[in-house]
Design a protein around this ligand. Structure first.
Ligand SMILES: C[S@@+](CC[C@H](N)C(=O)[O-])C[C@H]1O[C@@H](n2cnc3c(N)ncnc32)[C@H](O)[C@@H]1O
Length: 221
């Protein structure tokens, strides 16, 4: 790049090294998460998330190719109560549908829905996981009735706990999985989530012994 007026030439590596790109992306996600937590600027954050993840969508399966993402989520299912057998599940911020794919492999009869704010992610999920139904929606305004799902899961997904508890059946379970523990870019500390859930009249248990960190919650009554 040549600096105007000065005439200096600055070498800009092309393409930008992937580590630098990942750092910029992590910072961007963090800023958007903070903005999404403030209702007046939330629409701006939602537009930012949509644009960011639409731009990543065609590359997402490659970014998630490491089998530990699917494996971590599969192992997290072991923290659900013994004999728990959901009939209807929701994949929160589903991306290309990785969590849904794992759920359907485990429970082939499951009625599975997923949603994401990125239309391109939803398009890809619909192609890659044909046994489920995916739609574009924001976690802050879910298009489902109260108590519709007996399993609501979020794999590295953005959360809105009151809204997720609203669509969770009285006897259902909310499963939050951060595949890279506290270093997962979109993660929030599980202890803080557990406190918030407690204030929302839910009970949460957290499991942080593996690489993936897991929270399982249910309505208190
Ligand atoms: C880190 S990705 C995880 C995707 C997928 N769960 C997976 O594990 O591959 C986070 C996802 O959250 C979605 N997202 C961001 N803000 C959202 C919102 N307000 N409502 C729904 N999805 C959102 C993004 O579009 C993106 O697909």
């Amino acid at each position: 790049m040549r600096v105007p007026f000065v005439g200096l030439r600055i070498p800009i590596p092309n393409p930008i090294p992937s580590r630098a790109r990942a750092r910029v992306r992590r910072t961007g996600v963090h800023v958007l998460m903070v903005a999404a937590s403030v209702p007046v600027v939330r629409p701006v954050a939602e537009r930012g998330f949509r644009a960011l993840f639409d731009s990543l969508a065609d590359d997402w399966e490659r970014i998630r190719a490491d089998p530990t993402y699917r494996e971590g989520f599969r192992e997290a299912l072991a923290h659900l109560p013994r004999g728990f057998r959901p009939r209807r599940a929701l994949d929160v911020a589903c991306g290309t549908g990785i969590a849904t794919e794992v759920l359907l492999a485990r429970w082939p009869q499951l009625a599975a829905n997923g949603f994401d704010i990125s239309p391109r992610m939803v398009e890809l999920a619909s192609e890659l996981v044909p046994g489920a139904s995916f739609e574009v929606a924001s976690v802050h305004h879910l298009p489902w009735a109260d108590g519709e799902f007996d399993l609501v899961c979020a794999l590295d997904g953005l959360l809105d706990l009151p809204e997720l508890l609203r669509v969770l059946h009285r006897k259902g379970r909310l499963l939050v999985v951060y595949s890279r523990g506290g270093t997962t870019p979109i993660s929030r500390p599980l202890a803080a989530l557990a406190t918030e859930l407690n204030d929302l009249d839910a009970i949460a248990e957290v499991y942080t012994d593996g690489e993936a960190h897991v929270l399982v919650a249910r309505h208190r009554r």
